[in-house]
Design a protein around this ligand. Sequence first.
Ligand code: IPM
Ligand code: MG
Length: 355
Amino acid sequence: MIFNIAKLPGDGIGPEIVEQAVKAIDAVCVKFGHKVNYTSALVGACAIDATGEPYPAETHKVCMESDAVLFGAIGDPRFDNNPNAKVRPEQGLLKMRKELGLYANIRPVTTFAELAHKSPLRIDLVEGADLVCIRELTGGLYFGRPQGRSEDGNTAYDTCVYNRDEITRICKLGFEYAMARRKQLTVVDKANVLATSRLWREVAKEMEKDYPEVKVEYMFVDNAAMKLVTQPKYFDVMVTENMFGDILTDEASVITGSLGLLPSASIGVHTSLFEPIHGSYPQAAGKNIANPIATILSAAMMFEYAFKLYDEGKAIRNAVAESLKQGIVTEDIAGDGQPYGTDQVGDFIKQQILK
Ligand code: IPM
Ligand code: MG
C-alpha cells in the first residue's frame, strides 16, 4: 500500500519524538513492502511564529489530503503566562479537532509490567489494569457558545452544549469498543446536576437494547475519578464528554506509571490523527531526553486504526516491548539502569522492526 501521512511535529519535544515514530513507520514499510510519503505542516506555537495562525489553512489542507495525521505536541510557555496573547497554540489544537471532525479521542490505558513500580498506586491495585477511555472531543464546554465576559469584565461564562446526534455517535463507539473487549461500558456523567448529562444518559439508555451483551453502568464523574485510583481494574471501556474526559484521561494515564508510553487516536469525520497523550514538555526540548515511545505506539495505532494493518501495528508493539525488556529506554523510565537518548531508543526500535 501507499500511505500519505501528514507530519505535524508541533512544539517542544514534538519534533524529536515524531522523528522517532517516522523511523518506526519507515521500518515497517520496508519490512512489509509499503510505501509512505510524508508532508510536513505547522501547528501550535511554531505555526503562530511563522504565520500568525495556530492552525493555518495550509496545514488543514495537508491534513485533509492525507490518509492519517501524525502529531507530536503543542504548547509553549511563552504563551502560558501571557494574558495578553491573542492567539494561543491550544487554539490550533481545538481548531484542528473541529475542522477535521475528530469527535472521538481514544486512549487505551495499559500497564507495562516493567513500569508498574513507577505507578503512584500500589502495584497490586494497578498491575493488569487495562481500560480504554473514549472522550468526546468536539463538543461540550470547549466549544459551546456563548463564551466570554460581561462588559464590566467581572463575570465570565462558558456554555456546555450537546445534541442527540453528537451523543449517539460517541456512545456508539463506546458500545462497539465494549463489544470488542470485555463487554463492560461505563458512561460517565454528572446527571444529578447537569442537563447535558441527563441527555447523555437518556440517549445511552436508548442504545442499550442494540447491544444486549454489553453491561452498561452509569457513573457520576466524581465517583469515576475516585474509582480510577482506588480500583482501576474495575474499568473496561469508559465513555464521557469532552471536559470530564480531559480530566479523567490525564488521571488514568498516570496511574500506570507510564505516561511517556501511552498513545492516542482521534477519529471522526475526516482524517484520523495519532498523538502521544503527554504534552510538549518544553523543558526537555532539544535535549534528546524525551521518551519517544508514546509517539511510536501512536504510529502503531495509526496502522491498526487508519490502515487496518494489524501485523504492522504488532511489529511496532513487539519492538517497543523489546526495548522495555532490554532497558533501552530514556531517563524518565531508566531507573537505576543506563539512560539512552531519544534517538537511540528510536534507532533501537527501528532495528528491532527490521529484524
Ligand atoms: C488534551 C489537552 C488539550 C485539551 C489542551 C492542550 C487544549 O489537555 O489534549 O487533553 O484540553 O483537550
Ligand atoms: Mg488534557
